[in-house]
Design a protein around this ligand. Structure first.
Ligand code: MBD
Ligand code: FE
Length: 259
């Protein structure tokens, strides 16, 4: 028979599970039509992919990528872009706003199998600003650094705020209707690659976020991905700065058998 057997099997299994839900909750035709209207609105908003991420992608990450060992992987999310090199590690394209705090983020990249530092790793960072907003047109708070001969990396950035950009779209509509918030705990995204192969995509969470225990992406936050802040002097404004260290452990590097 022609056609994609995997797709067909996934469709059957998914619909079977949803039919159970229809039975269990006595869902009416009117309610099903309301759901269809919701999906039409969601598609028009362009956020279908985000809602699928929120509901399902963490399960996929845990099952497929999380089984390899090393630093725990996490969602790529919707806002990765084509990034520029930041040879000096400075991620700011404009001065910090008054309420924004400078953060120096550094650490060592290690081979998860041997603990040895790994040089030449391409570390691609992106994050929201102090208002929880991603720069979607430029490269503010986005950029790439390369680990040095000791496997060290260092970026100079800002402490990101919690992300809550869905108040006025169908994602916010759904969560509001359920009486839930639609906020992500503040995080910095990271993608680590070597010789063109991606070994880790993850997110590092800020210890000061009030949403660590209730990130609307269920299962995204774990203690091992929450960094620790330390005081780090003051900047040109006299405003106190912070620093955080994070060791990045890459699994499955060439020369090592998979864990
Ligand atoms: C984000 O910033 C994000 O990282 C994910 C996974 C979902 C929504 C917004
Ligand atoms: Fe994000």
């Amino acid at each position: 028979m022609e056609g994609n057997a995997r797709l067909s099997a996934i469709w059957e299994a998914s619909i079977g599970k949803l039919q159970d839900v229809v039975r269990e909750f006595h869902i009416t035709q009117d309610e099903l039509h309301a759901a269809g209207d919701y999906f039409n609105r969601l598609g028009q908003s362009g956020f279908s992919r985000s809602l699928i991420d929120v509901a399902l992608a963490m399960t996929s990450v845990d099952v497929i990528d999380g089984a390899r060992g090393g630093t725990r992987p996490n969602l790529e999310g919707p806002y990765h872009g084509a990034h520029i090199q930041r040879p000096d590690g400075d991620m700011l394209d404009r001065p910090p706003r008054p309420e924004e705090t400078r953060l120096t983020f550094s650490g060592t990249v290690r081979d998860a199998a041997t603990g040895a530092p790994v040089r030449g790793v391409r570390l691609d960072f992106w994050q929201a600003d102090g208002e929880g907003i991603y720069d979607l047109t430029g490269s503010h708070l986005r950029g790439i650094v390369i680990s040095d001969d000791e496997g060290r990396y260092r970026i100079r950035t800002l402490v990101p705020s919690d992300y809550s950009q869905h108040d006025h779209d169908p994602i916010g509509e759904l969560f509001r209707a359920m009486g839930r918030h639609n906020t992500r705990a503040a995080h910095i995204h990271l993608k680590a690659s070597l010789d063109g192969k991606v070994y880790l995509t993850t997110q590092l969470f800020m210890p000061t976020s009030a949403f660590l225990g209730s990130d609307y992406v269920a299962g995204a936050v774990s203690d091992d991905l929450v960094v620790a802040f330390h005081p780090d002097g003051a900047d040109e404004r006299g405003k106190p700065c912070l620093r955080a260290d994070f060791e990045i452990h890459l699994a499955g590097l060439p020369g090592n058998p998979p864990l």
